[in-house]
Write a protein that binds this ligand. Structure first.
Ligand SMILES: [Zn+2]
Length: 273
């Protein structure tokens, strides 16, 4: 599922094709992706508006309109976003299509349709974003902020990292990778992570997120960039997807378990304490 680096990549790819562009018309072939708005109301609200900004919050793509409303798309599992040229046509998995003043079309495509689309007023957006934790790549996100996000955690440190109310944008892949890089056992209670370990985890987390963005994200299965390509960071993963293979730091075999949080947890029993 697309996490922070993947949605950031999509936002960067879409931004130059969308900002300042007018919306002509909207179609919703698969209205079950909509949350809190019906197709007809969405189409009426968007038609004639201009796109002001394209950004990311946590794992959500945020398209702000010139009237202050926001189209918020979370491409869970099989969702992807692309701007098609006038000569290209959306396929049968297109869930939402936005015809643009440039003659192009923004298409949200989702095979399994587990993704969601919200249209939020400025006040509804404030409530939405307030429920999400801090952005790890924001300038003020220090090791102390990470410590605060993990504090009081009587839950596994991996689960705490992935809790979107504590910290935004980190999912299963980057939680596994950051904990390996910091040498921390994912099953430890968040409250037992010492200050020196939190500083290591902070460095490891920011480093893996930044490197993945440079690599245009991780394509394990379905993720595609905003231009339809695959990410490259899957080649740089140190633990995720590497069960039974030797650890790149100590040589012990990587273990896969579902005992931490029912998700796939990969760790090295040799060098993660
Ligand atoms: Zn190791």
């Amino acid at each position: 599922m697309p996490e922070l680096p993947e949605v950031e990549t999509i936002a960067r790819d879409l931004r130059p094709r969308l900002v300042g562009v007018a919306i002509r018309a909207v179609r919703v072939p698969k209205p079950d992706i909509l949350r809190g708005v019906r197709s007809a109301a969405l189409a009426r609200s968007l038609a004639g508006r201009r796109i002001a900004t394209v950004s990311r919050r946590a794992k959500h793509l945020v398209i702000a309109l010139d009237d202050g409303r926001r189209l918020v798309i979370q491409p869970r599992m099989t969702g992807s976003l692309r701007v098609l040229e006038a000569t290209e046509h959306p396929d049968r998995y297109a869930a939402l299509t936005v015809r643009l003043g440039t003659g192009r079309r923004l298409v949200y495509r989702d095979v399994r349709r587990l993704g969601t689309v919200h249209l939020l007023s400025p006040a509804a957006w404030e409530r939405y974003t307030a429920r999400l934790g801090p952005e790890p790549l924001a300038p003020g996100f220090t090791a102390a902020r990470l410590a605060a996000a993990l504090a009081g955690g009587r839950l596994a440190v991996k689960k705490a990292l992935m809790d979107q109310r504590r910290l935004a944008g980190v999912g299963n892949i980057y939680a596994n990778e950051a904990l390996w890089a910091a040498g921390i056992d994912p099953s430890r209670l968040a409250g037992t992570v010492a200050p020196a370990e939190t500083r290591r985890l902070h460095r490891a987390l920011l480093d893996v997120l930044r490197r993945s963005i440079r690599g245009r994200g991780t394509t394990v299965r379905d993720y595609r960039t905003g231009t339809g390509g695959r990410g490259t960071f899957q080649r740089r993963l140190n633990v995720y997807g590497r069960a039974h293979r030797p650890c790149r730091r100590c040589g012990r075999r990587i273990v896969l378990t579902h005992a931490v949080d029912a998700r796939a947890t990969y760790f090295c029993p040799g060098c993660q304490r």
